[in-house]
Design a protein around this ligand. Structure first.
Ligand code: AMP
Length: 434
């Protein structure tokens, strides 16, 4: 079984701040189910569970952007079982493959079986007769693939009349497999008074359309799969005294060619660093909540179209920004929440491109680094500081945000010295690890 070291490699929940985790209690789960979870050694909820369970238990519709392996089965399974035990109606889980159906049934039986939760498995490749017998036993939860569910519907061996909770699991995959017509029929046949939870690893327009047509103001919950966010993003860390951070930034900026996203923890430091970066001759914009909407739009658009080469942002402002082809993410400050590290570095290496992430940690932040490493389940290579760091130029008075456009990308002409460990796993040989 996978173990989850951290409560949250989490995602963006638009209406809720991440809560510190104290196991599964506090999420609204009934005591007997908590015991069952405990018995099966589920100790800490995964991020998607931590966020979905309370929302789902309130009966709200939910769109979960999560992949297999994130623990999403119990994220919808626990609320569904609890509702069923409270006499709140039946559950229907529609998913793309037989294998997934079998796996989901096992997970639900494991937690709900001892309370008499009955499930029926309706998948292709097995006899209808046996499935009909399962349906006749009165299952609390039906789990099936779209084609076979429709077969039963057509044969009138299955009725949706008591379905109170509908789950569409791996919805994007179902659409990819051509199940759109079957899904549409299922959505049209289930009772209008129901709760719908949709899980999908991606959010193509067709899924958004299902959500807007068949769901009631769904809460969107997004998680980054643990450890996988960084597969095409190389990472390195500099342990650097606070007073040398801007000199190190200056040095790094001179070594890279493309667009760079710099994260700071505080708004005022975003502002200050923007000035430092501009003083060094780069085009830069700041993105944080002290900026007006117009300024933020300008910063983001300018960064996208190359007017600004460097964008300096705080976490909140940068959430959800989707800019492809960012070459480098610099964590000028480590994030407050370890989970934000995953989001930050996920801004580079998008759409299959490779990217690089450099983090500055002050010597007293080694504990924070370890928390991030636990979340990533890998250690981060620490690069040695360059022998001499240049004094960054003094920032001049603040200038309008368009300043420096004539010098844009002026550093592009410099040769790339491979300052970081781009495209290499495990650290730059030029800088020994300590
Ligand atoms: P899923 O993404 O639902 O397929 O789950 C992936 C794996 O994680 C399965 O083997 C689950 O049994 C396991 N799992 C789910 N939730 C937890 C948890 N809270 N703690 C430990 N393992 C879990």
């Amino acid at each position: 079984m996978m173990s989850w070291h951290s409560p949250a490699a989490s995602g963006i929940l638009q209406h809720m701040q991440p809560q510190p985790s104290s196991g599964f209690s506090g999420l609204g789960i009934a005591p007997n189910l908590l015991n069952s979870l405990h018995k099966h050694k589920y100790v800490h909820p995964t991020p998607i569970q931590e966020r979905s369970i309370p929302t789902a238990l309130e009966g709200k519709d939910l769109v979960g952007i999560a992949q297999t392996g994130t623990g999403k089965t119990l994220a919808f399974g626990i609320p569904m079982i609890q509702r069923s035990l409270q006499g709140g109606g039946h559950g229907l889980i529609v998913l793309p493959t037989r294998e997934l159906a079998i796996q989901v049934r096992e997970s639900l039986q494991k937690i709900g079986g001892e309370f008499g939760i009955k499930t029926a498995l309706l998948i292709g490749g097995t006899a209808m007769g046996r499935q009909i017998a399962e349906i006749q036993r009165g299952p609390d939860i039906v789990i099936g693939t779209p084609g076979r569910i429709i077969d039963h519907l057509d044969h009138r061996t299955l009725s949706f009349s008591k379905v109170a909770v509908l789950v569409l699991d791996e919805a994007d995959r179902m659409l990819d497999m051509g199940f759109a017509p079957q899904l549409k029929r299922i959505l049209q046949h289930v009772p209008a008074q129901r709760q719908t939870m949709l899980f999908s690893a991606t959010m193509p327009p067709a899924i958004m359309q299902i959500a807007s047509s068949y769901m009631q103001l769904p809460v969107r919950i997004e998680v980054v799969p643990q450890g996988t966010a960084a597969t095409n993003v190389t990472q390195e860390v500099f342990v650097v005294p606070r007073n040398q951070k801007s000199a190190l930034l200056h040095k790094i900026l001179s070594e890279y060619h493309g667009s760079i996203l710099v994260f700071t923890r505080m708004k005022f430091s975003a502002k200050r660093i923007t000035r430092v970066v501009r003083a060094a001759g780069y085009t830069a914009a700041e993105l944080h909540s002290n900026r007006s909407l117009n300024q933020r739009t300008d910063a983001l658009e300018g960064f996208k179209n190359g007017r600004y080469r460097v964008l300096i942002a705080t976490d909140i402002a940068a959430r959800g920004i989707d800019v492809t082809n960012i070459e480098l993410v610099i964590n000028y400050d480590l994030p407050q929440q370890a989970e934000d590290y995953v989001h930050r570095i996920g801004r580079t290496g998008r759409a299959g491109a490779s990217g690089h992430a450099i983090s500055f940690a002050t010597p007293d932040q080694r504990g924070d680094l370890r928390t991030i490493e636990r979340l990533l389940r890998k250690s981060l290579p620490i690069s040695k500081l360059p022998e001499s760091l240049p004094e960054p130029p003094e920032p001049a008075m603040e200038r309008p945000s368009g300043h420096g456009a004539s010098q844009r990308f002026d550093r592009n002409r410099r040769p790339h010295h491979g300052f970081g460990n781009r495209n290499r796993q495990g650290g730059n040989p030029r800088f020994r690890r300590h």
